[in-house]
Design a protein around this ligand. Structure first.
Ligand code: AGP
Length: 610
């Protein structure tokens, strides 16, 4: 996934687009570039490496002009070097284009263009696009006409922005599968991958939908389809400010977002808990009670951390709402010919709302007649706009690549969905009230856990020198074992596995020795006694055990080598508390190892390619 910013207006463009892509660097950061239209025509500068390398490259000689594009890349085709960095230009040096996505028929298009004399410099699919546009951009054809013509020949996904020396005040943008929005200013307009790149200049944004093309000039903008038919679009208002996006004094976005969880959970629950009815008010499902009662199966589909929250949702929905539920990796669901019909509710869980695997799984479910809902963080994201209804988790912008506050808000939102479905079925008002009461307490309980974050910083030292780790959990906390292991892997690069605790004796126990830290997530819940036995098995083989237990625990606390306690809550909500020390553990281990916590190698915040 990449970050795109474009500008046309009354101000010097280069500083604005550079600042904009810095806000998007979490989307991809292996190379960067910009193109500026000025008195001397088109100037393009690009480098391998981070945006800082690009800034160093142009220090003291920033290109001047009032129209510009900038791009920060996460490579999909071609190694992350200067030649493959965006923007890409045409043979004539009049056009510059930036792209997020994959052109699947790039090879065939490149061969046809080469036959017509086009010369290519890079290995990228993107460069094919700018030459394709050039081949149609003849005298009398406006830039938007050439772009629309070219995009009709493309198979794959794109979010693009294009500028031309022949029309120096214009920026043309288009999207299919990769997010883009128009930022509306005073005498200036922006194009960007998401609102964080423009929110310091304007809160008025227009989200583009697939198949749409936008034409921007300093004083105007309009949107069409690829046949040039005008499309009326609503103007949305971004409801958070730049300070929200900034690190707020924390060393890393990830730590800020871990510490924000009491507030993000309050936002996720705000206005949705109905104490008396023991229910949840979910206004955006677009599902009548009758339609909900016709649902006989739920499929939760997601990727990565969001898939872990789906596992918790499965346990909740089956235990409390008594509705058959299964969890599917989105990438698997789409291609395995699943059984889905109008009585299936397919729930896509996605922080970014742009993950291609999840988006396509939902499209496949919709095609087969299922009712689809999204549990999404980013307002206006593609998934949020394509599903039949949904629940915004209101976690606020999550910048750190490793998801934390979005995960706990996903779990809280799944609890709300469970209440809503359960109270239509067999969940009694008293049972519902118990869940509501526990949810109401959760943000303060998370505060209590975070107040002891320093204890986890000490625990992280246990991992000094470790090259592997095992995370164990049962029941509602088996997914937390998976999530804790993923957090550790993705930011410290230590290999870690999450396992259902009972499964350990069927193989992984062979790994146990004094060099292998074993994290056991064992709050006092229905399966607590079972996991005590599993911990004894680990200790008997010399394993070093770190246990997450409930305050007042008098069994495991005496058995484990290190203990972190969490407050008591109902079984289904223990994951919201037990995950916190594991987030902090991964964070401190990664910091101790000098890793780039917010932008781990090879990763991107949202994977908008398959
Ligand atoms: C989470 O820490 C990872 N960065 C990754 O697994 C992520 O959860 C996954 O890519 C899904 O992203 P989404 O929630 O935006 O769809």
């Amino acid at each position: 996934m990449c970050g795109i910013v474009g500008y046309t207006g009354r101000r010097e463009a280069a500083p604005l687009v550079l600042e904009g892509i810095k806000r998007l660097e979490y989307r991809g950061y292996d190379s960067a570039g910009l193109a500026v239209l000025g008195a001397g025509g088109l100037v393009v500068e690009k480098t391998a490496g981070r945006i800082a390398a690009l800034e160093a490259r142009i220090k003291g000689r920033v290109p001047r002009g009032h129209t510009a594009l900038a791009h920060t890349r996460w490579a999909t085709h071609g190694v992350p070097n200067e030649v493959n960095a965006h923007p890409h230009t045409d043979c004539g040096g009049n056009l510059a284009l930036v792209h997020n996505g994959i052109i699947e028929n790039a090879a065939a298009l490149r061969a046809a263009l080469a036959k017509r004399g086009h010369k290519f410099r890079s290995e990228t699919d993107t460069e094919v696009l700018v030459h394709l546009i050039e081949s149609a951009y003849t005298d009398g054809v406006p830039l938007e006409g050439a772009v629309a013509w070219a995009l009709k020949k493309v198979e794959g996904t794109y979010g693009i922005a294009v500028i031309s020396a022949r029309e120096p005040e214009k920026v043309v943008a288009a999207r299919l599968g990769s997010p883009l929005l128009v930022g509306l200013g005073e005498g200036e307009n922006f194009i960007a991958s998401d609102a964080s790149a423009v929110v310091e200049h304007t809160r008025s944004v227009v989200y583009l939908d697939d198949g749409e093309l936008a034409v921007l000039t300093p004083r105007d903008y309009y949107v069409t389809d690829l046949d040039s038919a005008r499309v009326d679009k609503a103007v949305s208002t971004v409801d958070w400010d730049l300070g929200t996006v900034e690190r707020g004094g924390y060393a890393h976005f990830m730590l800020k977002e871990i510490m924000e969880q009491p507030e993000s959970l309050r936002n996720a629950l705000r206005g949705r808990l109905q104490e008396d009815e023991g229910n949840a008010r979910l206004g955006g499902l677009n599902l009548t009670d009758e339609r909900l009662l016709s649902i006989n199966r739920v499929v939760l589909t997601a990727c990565g951390t969001s898939w872990h929250s789906a596992l918790i949702g499965e346990y909740m929905l089956e235990e409390l709402a008594r509705i058959p539920t299964e969890v599917e990796y989105a990438s698997e669901f789409r291609y395995r010919n699943p059984i889905v019909d109008e009585h299936t509710l397919v729930v896509g869980i996605s922080q970014s709302g742009e993950t291609a695997d999840t988006l396509w799984a939902l499209r496949e479910a919709k095609r087969r007649g299922a009712h689809t809902i999204g549990i999404v963080n980013v307002v206006g994201s593609t998934i949020a706009r394509e599903v039949d209804g949904g629940i915004y988790i209101h976690a606020g912008p999550e910048i750190g690549v490793a998801s934390t506050k979005a995960f706990t808000c996903q779990v809280a939102s799944l609890a709300l969905l469970t209440l809503h479905l359960g109270r239509l079925r067999s969940l009694s008002v008293l049972q519902g009230r118990e869940v509501v009461k526990a949810l109401r307490k959760i943000p303060d309980q998370v505060d209590q856990v975070l107040a002891r974050a320093h204890e986890v910083q000490k625990l992280a030292l246990v991992f000094d020198g470790a090259t592997n780790a095992l995370y164990l959990g049962r029941g509602y906390n088996f997914p937390i074992a998976l999530e804790g292991a993923l957090k550790l892997k993705e930011i410290s690069y230590i290999h870690a596995e999450g396992y259902p605790a009972a499964e350990m004796k069927h193989g992984p126990i062979a790994l146990i020795d004094e060099s292998m830290p074993v994290v056991c997530v064992a709050p006092r819940d229905a399966v607590y006694q079972k996991i005590v036995s599993n911990v004894q098995e680990v200790k008997a083989r010399g394993g070093k055990v770190i246990a997450v237990v409930t305050e007042g625990d008098d069994q495991l606390a005496g058995l484990a080598d290190h203990v972190f306690t969490i407050p008591e809550t109902i079984d289904s909500l223990t994951p919201v508390l037990s995950v916190i020390p594991l987030q902090l553990l991964a964070y401190h281990i990664a910091v101790n190892r000098g890793k780039d916590v917010d932008q781990p190698r090879n990763l991107a915040k949202s994977v908008t390619v398959e």
